[in-house]
Design a protein around this ligand. Structure first.
Ligand code: SF4
Length: 482
């Protein structure tokens, strides 16, 4: 079963019997819950896309570990072509769902852990790499969804983990046994965790000597005893529970984020990929972050395409599509979106092979890509809001349409341009609202700033990778300064 279909994935997810707290209640049948179901369907799309005629060209590839045909979401990149295809695949899936389809975090974690475990073994004589190869071969052959978990709560950010009153604010090893370790802590903002079969935990930052207990990387099934989940809210999320549903905007798909708590959870040795090698932790963080910064050059662009399309549609429905300023704003939206895509492709095209044999993006350009992502979706959303008009924020509920009096008023006074249906116009406005200020804005805007690290983290990396000294030398040579 190397390339599952969406319904097979959903059946396998149900078999895990995951539970979570959602809005103060323990929920058992998660995939059926109205807040969760759209996010399950979005992940299922990453399976179904591998079976549609267009998508299969992007989403299927050959495993470097087993030689089997696999879904690219589990692939260890083998060339710059693979890195480019990853970005194209993410744009494709963003087009198909207009939301976060959640599955890239595990792919990005795997590619980082693969190369770092190899280098760690070379330097420390450990055997993490072989463990990880065996683990990931199973992930590929069973076409599993894996969540990558990096962000610790941290508490007082001015203090190192060992200086905190509560050292659990960074996930840590609390006990070492012959057959494994026991960990305690939490990981925040976990995208798609409840739709995953497995999770890979990584340190949240470069650890130093004396911080060995926090330099831990491991994998576990998501239904492991001692792991619990608290569901995150999204703006306007309860619209997913309403009937009729079109006020939700995105009718079928949505994202998901949870807080994941580890209460003295046992991790067996064969699932540990770093334990105390503090010098490797920073490298792991940087590589995972860079892969995910590349990812945004695909997924956010895919959502941007749909938002631009919906904005052009509402301009037509409002009868303003030929206004010069509207056309110019649409061109600006396309320009910004394609600029994001360009950086995603560029950091892939300039990728290189790691000593472990998988391929890594150009770090500088991946960080430039993500820094642009912290800004451009906001400007695209602002332009969409501008073109859509104020009704985006004031439109009555879809429920009113069933009322003989208010429904008639709405149909009369919210009339669209000739040739367009008033209710269709309302649906397009709700769709735009979902992405610019509703539940979809979590992924398209807030996550664009903070996902894979906030802008300050990209600036630090750009400063480090930007080779200012090299540029000074270039200038000096031409100016004639020794
Ligand atoms: Fe994938 Fe984008 Fe969601 Fe990250 S934010 S998991 S890259 S879709």
């Amino acid at each position: 079963m190397a390339v599952k279909k969406g319904d097979e994935y959903i059946a396998s997810l149900k078999d895990l019997h995951l539970e979570a707290n959602i809005m103060g209640e323990k929920v058992k049948d998660l995939p059926e819950h109205p807040l969760v179901a759209p996010s399950v369907r979005a992940v299922a799309a990453t399976f179904d896309c591998a079976h549609d005629p267009e998508g299969r060209k992007l989403l299927r590839t050959q495993s470097s570990l087993s030689g089997e045909e696999i879904n690219r979401f589990t692939h260890l990149h083998q060339s710059t072509e693979d890195l480019i295809n990853k970005v194209l695949m993410q744009r494709y899936c963003g087009n198909a769902t207009a939301c976060c389809f959640q599955r890239c975090v595990g792919m990005d974690a795997a590619n980082a852990v693969f190369s770092v475990t190899y280098e760690c073994d070379q330097e420390h004589g450990t055997d993490y790499h072989q463990r990880f190869r065996e683990y990931w071969t199973r992930v590929q052959s069973e076409d599993l969804v894996v969540d990558g978990a990096m962000t610790d709560p941290k508490g007082d950010r001015g203090k190192r983990p060992a200086e905190l009153k509560d050292p659990d604010l960074y996930l840590r090893v609390v006990e070492r046994r012959k057959d494994g370790v026991v960990v305690r802590g939490a990981k925040l903002h976990q995208t798609g965790m409840l739709n995953s079969h497995e999770l890979i935990v990584m340190p949240t930052m470069a650890m130093r000597k004396g911080e060995e207990d926090w330099a831990i990387c491991f994998a576990l099934p998501t239904n492991t005893k001692g792991i619990s989940y608290i569901y995150g809210r999204q703006s306007a999320d309860t619209r997913k529970m309403e009937d009729p549903q079109f006020d939700v905007g995105n009718l079928r798909f949505g994202g998901q984020e949870v807080m994941t708590v580890f209460e003295d959870v046992f991790v067996p040795n064969e699932r540990i990929f770093l334990d105390g090698e503090v010098d490797q932790s920073g490298k792991l963080v940087e590589r995972f972050a860079a892969y995910h910064r590349q990812s945004y050059g695909g997924c956010k662009v895919g959502v941007g395409d749909v938002l631009i399309g919906a904005t052009a549609l509402i301009a037509r429905m409002n009868g303003v599509e030929n206004a010069t300023h509207v056309r110019d704003k649409l061109v600006e939206m396309i320009h910004l979106n394609e600029t994001l895509f360009s950086a995603g492709i560029a950091c892939s095209a300039l990728g290189h092979e790691t000593p472990a044999g998988n391929w890594e993006i150009d770090m500088l350009l991946a960080n430039v890509c993500k820094l642009n992502v912290t800004r451009f979706p906001y400007e695209i959303a602002r332009l969409a809001t501008d073109i859509a008009g104020g009704l985006l924020g004031t439109m009555p509920s879809a429920k009113e349409l069933d009322d003989p009096v208010t429904g008639a008023h709405i149909r009369k006074y919210l009339a669209a341009a000739e040739g367009y249906d008033v209710v269709d116009r309302m649906r397009v406005l709700r769709f735009i609202e979902n992405i610019v200020v509703g539940a979809g804005a979590v992924a398209y805007l807030i996550e664009s700033v903070h996902g894979a690290g906030p802008p300050a983290a990209q600036r630090i990396m750009i400063g480090r990778q930007g080779d200012i000294e090299g540029k000074v030398k270039l200038a000096k040579r031409l100016i004639g300064i020794a």
